[in-house]
Design a protein around this ligand. Sequence first.
Ligand SMILES: NC(=O)N[C@@H](CC(=O)O)C(=O)O
Ligand SMILES: [Zn+2]
Ligand SMILES: [Zn+2]
Length: 344
Amino acid sequence: MTQTLTITRPDDWHLHLRDGAMLEVAANATAKHFSRAIIMPNLTPPVTQVADAQAYYQRIKQALPEQSQFEPLMTLYLTDATTPEIIADAAASGIVKACKLYPANATTNSAHGVTDVAALRPVFEAMAKHGLLLLVHGEVTHADIDIFDREAAFIDAHMRGLVESLPNLKIVFEHITTAEAAEFVMNAPDNVAATITPQHLMYNRNHLLAGGLRPHNYCLPVLKRQTHQKALQQAVASGTKKIFLGTDSAPHVQGAKESACGCAGCYSAPAAIELYAEIFEQLGILDKLEAFASFNGPDFYGLPRNTDTITLTKEAWQVPGSVKVDGENLVPFFANETLNWQVK
Ligand SMILES: NC(=O)N[C@@H](CC(=O)O)C(=O)O
Ligand SMILES: [Zn+2]
Ligand SMILES: [Zn+2]
């Protein structure tokens, strides 16, 4: 008999949809199985104003079939110019749930990011007051800090101080990749949580660099050594409520990935829940998938859990080698590889 697994419909708490033709492809890929997603604001130019978020929300809705129930949860991109008034307006809009902190130049389209985290204190206080979450890309950006050390260095440089000084602000340490970050989040107070991507659970830096450079496994924060991958797996296996699903699916066209200076980001949306099912099964923790994918996120955000379900069936299938976007190719994460679970 075919094995099946029915879980409450999941949400994706960290997603890049881009704009234009890419938006149409990416939004439909995620909306296929996910109910809601936290939409990252790193467009060019970034989503810094409430009106930008409202317009982007409409573009996402327009990219989906009319009957789609998918709900984009919008975010604002914090800059040195963000004010407490902007935060109050964002909260009042009802569609903005969180703000994203990118240290300046840490990752794709983060040139407008924050140069002085401490100076944003009134903004963080306004967020706590109005119930918006702070989502953090936790990497320092100094040229003299090794790229493999940037996340751990961020904890001491910023994260610890933020958490200690803002006990009423919900903070998500996004896409954690290290033992240090996992330990930090697990030992932090209840207002601190983290997301983990499929690639950081499945892969380590050998999958990026050994036996040939694999640009489609390149994302930021960069894959770390196996000890860190194991620490992330253990954190998820512990069944902690503090960690939840955030794919960080981040599409870039094939030419931008397979390049002398390739873009960071793995487009995992075409197989997102299936990728997590694969690694959870390998770890012997399939019974923990539902809480990770469908409960811990809404519980932390203070949103209702979804009420409908999806059913995964244990039947092998191959992730497509590429997807067309406006005449260009988009190569998914895990392209041409076999996954054992599929959603029927
Ligand atoms: N994760 C990535 O490697 N890239 C993301 C940005 C980000 O989340 O840091 C992107 O927008 O391409
Ligand atoms: Zn990021
Ligand atoms: Zn991201």
